[in-house]
Design a binder for this molecule. Structure first.
Ligand SMILES: C[S@@+](CC[C@H](N)C(=O)[O-])C[C@H]1O[C@@H](n2cnc3c(N)ncnc32)[C@H](O)[C@@H]1O
Length: 312
């Protein structure tokens, strides 16, 4: 029997059912919202699970988030002191400008702009027009667009909120005091957070042999990625291939599809399913792929797997 077949039987949904039956969809209202962004595909719902994963840290462990987006997992890790050293990597230049500005002295300028901003279509256009003036202007434009575009979507071609959530029009997601509070808190953690505008693959490869690295990997998947992000094309097979060579810990999140399960099985990576609720309140299963699931309380599966592999 090939190892991945054993692994499949160990980690298939049927067998996992008894181990994780009774798990509940996380109520995101119970999780501290630390990201200044309302990010499509944001992982706030995964925070309680990520905390369990973080608990494996040892002195010198550091977190790497190669597809950082709104960065809620990195921000939680830094704020709750699970890691003293967190690296966020993101390719998108609008998001990169925002993170770099929030983590710099220009953060003060950004806060002033946010507190003075009045949400009107003309003012939004004006901010967008000035986005090419420099990095901080681009950062402000990213934040304004994230808060006034439908679904927080920053991809080219995305449109403004129409009637607005709660019928409050364009300003329905513009909460300056909350934004300023979150941005200030992130800025205070700047010693612990390194932001890099770059390619996830380059950094995953660079750190593949780092035994102290914890990789939280959340690439754009699904067809919807095309509508949600400017950078939506990712070689997923390559994500799995690099992950399979990582010497540190890793946690990947993906849609639960036969294709994704196929990649996990090809590279012999254990996976489980976890329920989540979409913004439209639809409950669905996501896949978590990790080097082990002891941190999730699944010791007995690990034990069986070792025995099973010994028989191969
Ligand atoms: C699913 S989102 C991440 C969401 C994030 N976990 C959160 O909670 O907000 C994926 C992100 O990967 C970024 N991305 C796509 N290709 C990339 C690449 N090659 N390198 C770095 N980032 C990339 C996209 O711009 C997008 O922001």
């Amino acid at each position: 029997m090939k190892p991945q077949e054993i692994q499949l039987s160990l980690f298939s949904q049927d067998e996992m059912g008894s181990a994780i039956r009774g798990q509940h969809v996380i109520n995101v209202a119970s999780v501290p919202q630390r990201s200044p962004f309302r990010y499509p595909g944001g992982k706030t719902w995964l925070v309680p699970t990520a905390r369990k994963w973080f608990a494996q840290t040892q002195i010198g462990s550091h977190l790497v988030e190669p597809f950082a987006g709104g960065g809620i997992i990195s921000l939680t890790a830094a704020a709750e002191r699970y890691f003293e050293n967190v690296t966020m990597i993101e390719l998108d230049s609008d998001m990169a400008a925002a993170w770099q500005t929030i983590l710099s002295d220009d953060c003060k300028w950004l806060i002033t702009q946010i507190s003075n901003f009045k949400v009107t279509a003309d003012n939004i256009n004006d901010v967008i027009t000035h986005s090419t003036d420099g990095m901080k202007e681009m950062a402000f434009s990213t934040i304004v667009r994230n808060r006034t575009n439908h679904g927080g979507i920053l991809a080219r071609g995305s449109g403004l909120i129409k009637n607005g959530e709660n019928g409050k029009g364009l300003g329905s997601r513009w909460y300056p005091a909350t934004l300023i509070k979150r941005i200030t808190e992130v800025n205070k953690m700047r010693e612990r957070i390194t932001f890099i505008q770059g390619d996830a693959f380059e950094y995953m490869e660079k750190l593949v042999n780092d035994t102290a690295a914890f990789f939280f990997i959340d690439p754009p998947y699904t067809i919807a990625g095309r509508r949600l992000y400017n950078h939506y094309e990712v070689d997923h097979h390559r994500v799995f291939e690099i992950t399979s060579r990582m010497k540190g810990h890793f946690l990947l999140t993906y849609d639960d599809t036969p294709e994704v399960r196929g990649w996990a099985e090809e590279f012999n990576l254990p996976y489980i399913t976890i329920p989540m609720q979409t913004t439209h309140l639809v409950t669905k299963e996501e896949l978590l792929i990790s080097d082990n699931f002891e941190w999730y309380g699944l010791n007995e599966f690990k034990y069986e797997r070792e025995n099973a592999e010994a028989l191969c």
